[in-house]
Design a binder for this molecule. Structure first.
Ligand code: CTP
Ligand code: MG
Length: 227
């Protein structure tokens, strides 16, 4: 089974507030992107990698991949204005004979082989997609613009979903071929077309780096690992 990974790294990182795009913000002295890139490269599940780069950063991405010895990286393409558009650009570089496409946020550096296995395995069991999810610990309410609570959601049914998200390649291609620009994630596009997407166990360490505090937290986890 041929598994391709699309690494979405084209965001600006406005909430992180660094001068460079978030994918090139420093994590333990290396570009943030290096961590997920190296992990996908090392995974026996992944055959080829497409990186979606911040516009103008396609070449630095290739140089980084070479420096890290990431021979699975076959393309670096410029992303779009939204994550959906970036993913569409990345999926466009995936070979026609790929069976599975994984989509992963470079902003989640700590991708593991265990979670890759969890999102890939269901795809040979009749599922169109599989995504990691964590239980929601707080009570979640739908709130109107004026602050009034409209509804309290049943917490037992809620999951906070992460990446890597895995899909049958043909299903994802069709899903991103439509109006993908505003999609919150890839699974939502597949769901909207009636696809069956399974939520598997996520990983708290797949935290998405959004703020400087998140970056510091991921750094402390990595420091703990190597201590
Ligand atoms: N992403 C992308 N193309 C975009 C926007 C986001 O490839 N136009 C990617 C980011 O690089 C990131 C992932 O999607 O890996 C999740 O996005 P987010 O955490 O929001 O990152 P940014 O958009 O870079 O951050 P911010 O929203 O703070 O600007
Ligand atoms: Mg964003």
């Amino acid at each position: 089974m041929s598994v391709w990974a699309v690494l979405a790294a084209a965001g600006r990182g406005e909430r992180l507030g660094t001068e460079r795009p978030k994918a090139f913000a420093a994590l333990r002295g290396r570009p943030l992107l290096a961590e997920s890139l190296e992990r996908l490269e090392a995974s026996g599940w992944v055959e080829s990698i497409v990186v979606v780069a911040p516009p103008g950063w396609e070449e630095p991405v290739i140089l980084l991949a070479e420096e890290l010895g990431c021979g699975k990286v076959v393309a670096s393409v410029a992303g779009g204005d939204t994550r959906g558009e970036s993913v569409r650009a990345g999926v466009g570089e995936v070979d026609d004979d790929a069976a599975v496409i994984l989509v992963h946020d470079a902003a989640r550096p700590l991708v593991s082989d265990e979670v890759l296995e969890r999102v890939i395995t269901p795809l040979s069991q009749g599922w169109d997609g599989a995504v990691p999810g964590l239980p929601v610990v707080d009570t979640v309410k739908r709130v109107a613009a004026d602050g009034a609570i409209v509804e309290t959601l049943a917490r037992g049914e809620l999951k906070a979903v992460q990446t890597p998200q895995g899909f049958v390649a043909s299903v994802l291609r069709e899903a991103v071929g439509g109006d993908a620009a505003a999609a919150p994630d890839c699974a939502s596009l597949v769901e909207a077309r009636g696809g069956r997407v399974l939520v598997v166990d996520g990983d708290p360490r797949l935290l998405k780096v959004t703020t400087a505090e998140d970056l510091a937290l991921v750094e402390s986890w990595l420091a703990g690992d190597s201590a």
